[in-house]
Design a protein around this ligand. Structure first.
Ligand code: BGC
Length: 759
């Protein structure tokens, strides 16, 4: 019986494997042969949902034109169509009314959960927990696919060093190593092992490339970076996504070194499709073909189509340029049919792999939609992810965790009872006000007396006409007095401050990174009457917290944690979860330090003793330190950890595959069980192109009981020392290296070794 079971498991596993790796090239070719030029171009055309497909069809205007195109097989994909009924209705037109019946692929911004919202991606990255991140993506895929979606425009893998840029909330932070691992985890989570399963969706690595380097952090702004930064910092997470099997890419709105990325053939054709062997397709960003005219790169729409296709863009999102111009361009000999065929092949392949040709309605099961949406499994996963995403920034005199009984708590701040902001930005399918607020979360603990006062009110605003936004009032501060009265009577004050949910995200750049509105004033006023404050921050990006870091005894960075926010925060406040998150982005002391990131280069004048060099002529500010307030990798626990005894098994790597072991002793010196993310950094002391002062090269998550010690080790080999060199290849160079192991990127605990030979 056992043997039979084993055979069954193997056979099933094998078949499964074959299914997921099935070669569809013949199916694709056969279909391609049947297609007219118009139908081919149609596959490259993507529309936003332009009418309610369960109601009457459009009778005039632009919608009618789009509807006619849809019926004529001139649409390959739709975005923002969601819910089984809607998706099925559109799919039915494509499958039953067009000549060839080619199914549509339905794209959606599944950025951090569908209806059940997980923490914003930046927060998830703060967990450094790749399994949990993968699981979070896979639960998101499960819920979205049950609502008819089969393609997500995620993960966003843009590295950014600029917290002014609102879209840092969508990414994994500033580091290419962590960013690459997170990118791969998210791709695997979305796509699973079998893309044709109705519970998985095709992923999309975006925005190719370098969107995170917009000048001055202003969204959509110019990007101008060197080849070294492009290859060493920007591209690795994209490559990791390709290696993890990502099915699609999205380019972007920005230009890179003078060329809009939508038309950048070096990026799209040379690197992605040729060097990396990417077989999937590239979708443009929303209207980014059209925007090339504003960039001053395309002279008119037709020219934009020519540039985009020659540059390697396969699908046009919402510019309607491909559908209108590509056949003219063919006639004029400006583009050729091979380019069209290549794009269409790529699009059809993903559709085959999703199983859409076997059953175009495989994502359209009403019973499943009902069962999966908001299910316990998905809710539990969101809570687990939320707890792990929290970073403890400060905890003086062990103010946290709070006692569960007999305390008078003042809960103050505009975000304390807010059920909308914790959902963050990019949560299109979530219902408003569905997050558990901090007030609700704390109310589950009944031993303390909580008095709530907003201090500063929230107001409703609908600035972009499509999100219901709650914003922090910045005209009325009369509530501060009442809040002070409440604070006076309390043993401890919990203040929930930060950014409202839509204050970060696309188009939400900020020139100031302090607590918006009157919140800083509120904080300081409360501090005057009761300084026993736990500051809970909700925000989508690093903030400047200099005053708080000096005056507030306990600070919890909770980001925008999603649906389960209040439960996760309360469990941390009361010690039912011991925080273990680490910052994926440096927190500046002031905006003037930006861009600030741990893996910077050394200048020729680094200062003899760093900050205290004393003289004028070294690389520093007159009025600010050089260091971050909270560096990359920083995060505390309710217990304490001690690092000691850093050791190398040897000090030289003698040949290419040689390896040494670096180890360190880690002891839990506190009274609670805790988890520490042990981080390994390496510095290449000199090279044919200058190298950063430190680069993350590994990390391990270690659970320790009080008093327990573990020996933590990392293997070091020459592969880990490679970088994109001035010879335009990835290589390691012989020479001296320093290796650091510690609790965050500022660690100075180090050992030295030499890479002696590569033969
Ligand atoms: C964003 C993309 C997004 C697309 C579709 C654009 O504005 O830049 O990241 O996927 O819209 O919603």
């Amino acid at each position: 019986m056992k043997k039979f079971l084993l055979i069954l498991i193997f056979t099933f596993g094998f078949i499964n494997n074959i299914q997921s790796q099935k070669d569809y090239s013949k199916d694709v070719e056969n279909l391609l042969k049947k297609m007219t030029l118009e139908e081919k171009i149609g596959q490259m055309n993507q529309y936003n949902g332009f009418y309610d497909a369960t109601g009457p069809s459009p009778s005039g205007g632009d919608a009618k034109k789009k509807y006619d195109n849809l019926k004529n097989g001139l649409v390959g994909s739709m975005l923002n169509v969601r819910g089984v009924n809607e998706v099925r209705a559109f799919q039915k037109i494509a499958v039953e009314e067009t000549r060839l019946g080619i199914p549509l692929i339905f794209g959606f911004d599944l950025i951090h959960g569908y209806k059940t919202i997980a923490p914003i991606p930046l927060a998830e990255s703060a967990s450094w927990d790749l399994n949990e991140i993968q699981n979070s993506a896979s639960l998101g895929a499960k819920e979205a696919s049950a609502a008819g979606i089969n393609w997500t425009f995620a993960p966003m893998v843009d590295i950014s060093r600029d917290a002014r840029w609102g879209r840092v909330m969508e990414g994994a932070g500033e580091d290419p190593f962590l960013g690459s691992l997170v990118a791969a985890a998210r791709v695997k989570g979305f796509q699973g092992n079998d893309l044709s399963s109705p519970s998985t969706v095709a992923a999309c690595a975006k925005h190719f490339a370098a969107y995170g380097f917009v000048e001055s952090g202003r969204d959509y702004n110019t990007v101008d970076i060197g080849l070294s930064t492009l290859h060493n910092i920007v591209l690795p997470p994209f490559k990791a996504a390709v290696d993890a099997g990502v099915k699609t890419f999205m380019n972007g709105f920005t230009e890179l070194n003078g060329i809009p990325v939508t038309a950048d053939s070096y990026l799209q054709r040379e690197i992605l499709k040729k060097q990396w062997g990417f077989k999937g397709f590239i979708v443009s960003d929303w209207g980014s073909l059209r925007e090339m005219m504003d960039h001053g790169y395309a002279k008119n729409r037709k020219h934009a189509g020519e540039l985009a296709l020659n540059g390697g863009s396969d699908m046009d999102m919402e510019s309607t340029i491909y559908i209108e111009e590509l056949s003219n361009l063919i006639n004029e000999g400006k583009i050729n049919i091979e380019q069209i065929d290549d794009a269409v092949r790529r699009i059809l392949l993903v559709k085959f792999e999703l199983g859409l040709f076997d059953d175009p309605y495989r994502y359209c099961d009403l019973v499943r939609e009902k069962k999966i949406t908001g299910s316990k499994e998905i809710m539990d996963g969101a809570l687990e992810m939320a707890k792990k995403s929290i970073v403890l920034l400060k905890n003086n005199k062990k103010l946290l965790p709070l006692k569960k009984n007999g305390q008078k708590i003042a809960l103050i701040g505009p975000l304390a009872a807010d059920k909308n902001s914790p959902l963050g930005n990019w949560r299109v399918a979530a219902d408003n006000n569905t997050a558990v607020s901090v007030l609700e979360g704390l109310s589950h603990y009944t031993g303390n007396e909580i008095t709530h006062s907003q201090g500063i009110r929230l107001v409703n605003k609908i600035p972009d006409g499509f999100h219901e936004e709650v914003q922090i009032n910045n005209t009325d501060k009369t509530g501060i007095l009442e809040a002070k009265e409440v604070a006076k009577k309390a043993d401890v004050v919990i203040m929930v401050l930060g950014e409202y949910g839509f204050q970060s995200g696309e188009g939400r750049s900020r020139a100031n990174l302090d607590l918006p509105g009157f919140q800083q004033e509120l904080l300081e006023e409360i501090h005057k009457v009761n300084s026993n404050i736990v500051l809970v921050l909700m925000n989508g990006r690093p903030l400047t917290l200099d005053w708080s870091s000096q005056n507030i005894p306990a600070i919890i960075e909770s980001w925008h944690l999603g649906t389960q926010s209040g439960h996760a925060i309360s469990q941390v406040i009361y010690g039912d979860y011991n925080p273990s998150g680490k910052l994926p982005m440096s927190f500046p002391r002031s905006v003037g330090q930006i861009p600030i990131y741990y893996n910077h280069k050394s200048t020729g004048r680094p200062g003899a003793d760093g900050e205290d060099a004393g003289s004028v002529f070294w690389s520093h500010y007159q009025d600010e330190k050089n260091t971050a307030l909270y560096p990359f990798g920083f995060g505390l626990s309710y217990t304490s950890f001690e690092y000691s005894n850093i050791k190398l098994s040897k000090n030289t790597l003698m040949k290419k595959n040689d390896e040494l072991t670096a180890s360190i002793k880690l002891t839990n010196t506190g009274k609670l069980k805790g988890k520490e993310v042990v981080q390994l950094y390496i510095r290449d002391k000199f090279a044919s192109s200058t190298r950063p002062v430190k680069e993350l090269k590994g990390f391990k998550m270690i659970d320790l009981n009080p008093g327990e010690t573990k020996n933590i080790s990392f293997k070091i080999n020459s592969k880990m020392l490679e970088y994109y060199s001035p010879r335009n290849i990835w290589e390691s160079e012989i020479g001296d290296f320093e290796l650091f192991i510690g609790t965050n990127s500022s660690t100075e605990r180090k050992a030295s070794f030499e890479l002696k030979s590569l033969n």
